[in-house]
Design a protein around this ligand. Structure first.
Ligand SMILES: Nc1nc2c(c(=O)[nH]1)N[C@H]1C(S)=C(S)[C@@H](COP(=O)(O)OP(=O)(O)OC[C@H]3O[C@@H](n4cnc5c(N)ncnc54)[C@H](O)[C@@H]3O)O[C@H]1N2
Ligand code: MOO
Length: 393
């Protein structure tokens, strides 16, 4: 049965997420060391020139004018007295330079004796001086609103003198894992499977900008499904039960709740049975298929754009890399394929083995999900890919 084209499903999920934003409880300022992983809700400007004083890049001497120099006492290392021409004073890496410094002479390139310092090799004017304002001028934009903050952003704004940043409130996500056959420990008996989702989804959802408020496991039980899809949350993500068998209740429960179906199946492989709906109170419901790789493909198609929209980020656009090999057409379906970036000059995307809809091994070895369009792709042609929520590529 046909569903939404893959690009349309992503766009609908982003719009639905953006519509969710006003119901979140507002942004707040948090200390910089806690901000990594959150979405910045303000433009962060440099409160000062960075560095805000000219400093030495090396241990050695601040010198004024050409060699040789008369050595003068260093004085207070934080407030050095000005250097007269043809004098030098000892400095340490990172220390403020006295006014009048024309260069820093590294300790291994100078010869000091009897109160006189000589350079043992030519010294360029300005050598080993870190000028003020080289990294940023006061008022420069350090981080744009809507940026997902990384530890590097946190460090970059901290060294510029920022103590707190305003972050978007993260949507509260309730994860509801269905399936009578799913067990959480040990080697399963025949007919049972180990749960793939508790180890994967909380970290993946956090990586996409959601705050996991609860993880709930229920059986293939209609009453419990009804309760869970109505539970308090900004986004309820369900796994399994999207099919039409007697054990599958998610679709009927969503329909009976009267939720507005925004995406009813997606023309993609794997992950075709996924759903996106909006409750009367505005909260979103995302139903992921039970097959684990299908669930990840649907998560990145629906939940990733929805969480981006809800936290004020730009619509995530797939990036492109050369296809490392050809893929035949599959009319009407986008394929999401766990792939590695080839470790050669081409950097082409190469599909991983063991990446069937129910498998995790291929994904575990993958750098990205390649998005093969319905018309297929030739080797070397640019192909879209989605980053994985836990990957650095
Ligand atoms: N007659 C049809 N049958 C199926 C169709 C179809 O179109 N017609 N679609 C297939 C596709 S595609 C998928 S995907 C699945 C979707 O199934 P459900 O969302 O209803 O999921 P379940 O039936 O509950 O489980 C499917 C599969 O996944 C395993 N599973 C479930 N939860 C977990 C978990 N937490 N950890 C690991 N594995 C899990 C479950 O044991 C099943 O093997 O339907 C196809 N069938
Ligand atoms: O598409 Mo199902 O989503 O094959 O695993």
């Amino acid at each position: 049965m046909a569903g939404s084209p893959w690009p349309a499903a992503r766009a609908a999920a982003y719009r639905a997420g953006a519509a969710l934003a006003p119901r979140l409880d507002g942004s707040r300022r948090i200390p910089v060391p806690e901000c990594s992983g959150r979405v910045c809700a303000e433009d962060v400007l440099a409160p000062m020139d960075l560095p805000h004083f000219a400093s030495s890049a090396m241990d050695g001497w601040a010198v004024s004018g050409p060699s040789p120099w008369r050595l003068v006492p260093a004085g207070d290392p934080r407030r050095p007295a000005p250097l007269e021409s043809r004098t030098a004073a000892a400095v340490l890496t990172g220390a403020p330079l006295p006014a009048g410094t024309t260069a820093v002479l590294r300790s291994e390139r100078g010869d000091a004796s009897a109160g006189l310092l000589r350079a043992t090799e030519p010294l360029r004017d300005g050598a080993d001086i870190r000028p003020a304002g080289r990294e940023a001028s006061r008022g420069d934009l350090l981080v744009r609103a809507g940026t997902r903050l990384t530890p590097a952003h946190a460090a970059a704004v901290a060294v510029a003198g920022v103590d707190a940043v305003r972050v978007a409130s993260a949507p509260r996500v309730r994860l509801v894992l269905t399936g009578d056959e799913v067990v959480e420990t040990g080697v399963p008996e025949p007919g049972y499977v180990r749960d793939a989702f508790r180890p994967l989804l909380p970290a993946a959802v956090a990586g996409l900008g959601g705050e996991v408020a609860a993880v709930v496991r229920i059986g293939d039980d209609r009453r419990r499904t009804d309760e869970e899809i109505a539970a308090a949350a900004d986004l309820v993500i369900l796994t399994g039960g999207t099919g039409r068998s007697r054990a599958d209740h998610v679709r009927a429960a969503i329909e009976d709740l009267g939720a507005e179906l925004l995406v009813d199946q997606i023309d993609m492989r794997p992950g075709h049975p996924a759903l996106l709906a909006r409750r009367a109170d505005g909260a979103l419901l995302v139903a992921l298929p039970g097959n684990p790789l299908a669930a990840v493909a649907a998560l990145l198609t629906l939940a990733a754009p929805a969480l981006a929209g809800a936290t004020g980020r730009a619509e995530p656009r797939p990036r492109r890399a050369p296809a490392g090999e050809p893929h035949a057409p599959l009319p009407g379906r986008h394929r999401l394929v766990p792939s590695v970036v080839a470790d050669d000059a081409t950097g082409g995307l190469v599909a991983c083995d063991r990446a069937g809809p129910g498998m995790m091994r291929g994904l575990a070895g993958a750098d990205v999900l390649m998005v093969v369009p319905p018309e297929g792709i030739e080797a070397g042609e640019p192909v879209e890919f989605l980053p994985l929520p836990w990957s650095t590529r």
